[in-house]
Design a protein around this ligand. Structure first.
Ligand SMILES: *Cc1c(COP(=O)(O)O)cnc(C)c1O
Length: 388
């Protein structure tokens, strides 16, 4: 196989060398249990608390408001189940959107099975939640609104600040899954009206298996996992010391280089989009023209199947995905593109290109060349195309 061209950074990223380096002492030196009283324990504790303070600094919140989990999925579960349990006597209505990651969608569906009322808000053709619809769906018994910051399939950025203000007016807890937004969007939690926020390290060049949940002081939330008194009694279990230290380094690097990184990936994204749109007929860019992440591009290639495109590109060393990593294993068309009104056959031929720091203009040009050939080849074999 030729050299790897990795264009699937929304699925996961390769760990940054500086992150790896920051984690190295954890194996041989900081091996103590952070809960132990002796000096080996205190060293590990100090590593965790300094990582927590670093992260809190970049989000402008109190370190005590950040707890570490095993990843974005756990943080979403903890936020939603935790609020539903804590506010059970106050109400049982939850508002979310139809385009959430499955970590949110399936958590809400589980609560629905257990008797909660859940509203799945629709989105417009650009993938945006409507504030009007949100306003209309608020009831006296609404306890939680969970709407993602930026979508993992289209990169569309939701009006989080406005949603938060609305939630505050109605005294409703607001959770946002910011896994795709963190490191690409500046987030000031002192100003942003968000009560709970999910993050994950492996989407920003950090290690896998470590996430965070920001819990604004005063937010009521019951733990899902019980045991020792770890993480301010909100998440029991011995801390992932190396993961936490790596996560803090990844957050630091992402923030120090945010503007240059965003400009770099946006330039490559535009180059890719132009190359595709100018050279391949009957394609459609999915998402919002401006309210979108700099590194993500979702395109429908009419008359072909996404799986065919992925496998053909893969033989040329190019890694892309069709929608989210979770949907790519099933043949269901993307729930996100479906909610945006895309017909199933167009959603089936959609590809998500997500760019990262190591990508180059040459890689993009090579990808466009391969796509031109691949799409032409697949269309020649497509009964849908021939019928035209
Ligand atoms: C990847 C992702 C998650 C899940 O995070 P993990 O750390 O992989 O569990 C949740 N939400 C969004 C938007 C994601 O992109």
């Amino acid at each position: 196989m030729s050299k790897t061209i990795y264009l699937d950074h929304s699925a996961t990223t390769r760990i940054h060398p500086e992150v790896k380096e920051a984690m190295m002492p954890c194996w041989d030196d900081f091996y103590g249990n952070p809960s132990s009283l002796h000096h080996k324990g205190r060293e590990a504790r100090q590593g965790i608390e300094s990582a927590r303070a670093t992260i809190a600094g970049y989000f402008n919140c109190d370190p005590k408001e950040i707890i570490f989990t095993s990843g974005g999925t756990e943080s979403d579960n903890l936020a939603i189940f935790g609020v539903a349990k804590a506010l059970k006597t106050k109400g049982n209505h939850i508002i979310t959107s139809a385009i959430e990651h499955h970590a949110v969608l399936n958590t809400c569906s589980q609560l629905k099975k257990e008797g909660s009322e859940v509203t799945f808000l629709p989105v417009d053709k650009f993938g945006l939640v409507s504030l009007e619809e949100l306003k209309k769906s608020i009831r006296p018994e609404t306890i939680l609104i969970s709407i993602m910051y930026a979508n993992n399939e289209t990169g569309v950025i939701q009006p989080v600040e406005e949603i938060g203000r609305l939630a505050r007016e109605h005294k409703i807890v607001f959770h946002t899954d910011a896994v795709q937004g963190i490191g690409k969007i500046k987030i000031d939690l002192n100003k942003l009206p968000v009560d709970l926020m999910t993050g994950s390290a492996h989407k920003i060049y950090g290690p896998k298996g470590i996430g965070l949940l920001y819990i604004r002081k005063g937010t009521r939330l019951l733990p899902s996992q019980v045991g020792g008194h770890h993480e301010f009694k909100r998440r029991a279990g011995t801390e992932n010391v190396a993961g936490i230290i790596g996560f803090a380094k990844a957050v630091e690097l992402a923030h120090q280089q945010m503007d240059t990184n965003n400009k770099k990936t946006a330039d490559l994204r535009d180059r890719l989009q132009d190359g595709i749109v100018k050279n391949i007929p009957e394609v459609q860019v999915n998402g919002h023209p401006t309210a979108r992440l700099p590194n993500l591009l979702n395109i429908s290639f009419k008359y072909v199947e996404g799986e065919g495109i992925i496998l053909n590109l893969d033989t040329n060393g190019i890694c892309v995905s069709s929608g989210s990593a979770c949907t790519s294993e099933s043949l269901e068309p993307s729930h996100v593109l479906g909610a945006m009104g895309l017909p199933a056959e167009d959603a089936h031929g959609s590809i998500r290109f997500s760019l990262g720091l190591a990508n180059t203009a040459e890689e993009i040009d090579f990808t466009v060349d391969c796509l031109i050939k691949t799409i032409d080849k697949l269309r020649q074999m497509s009964p849908l195309y021939k019928k035209k």
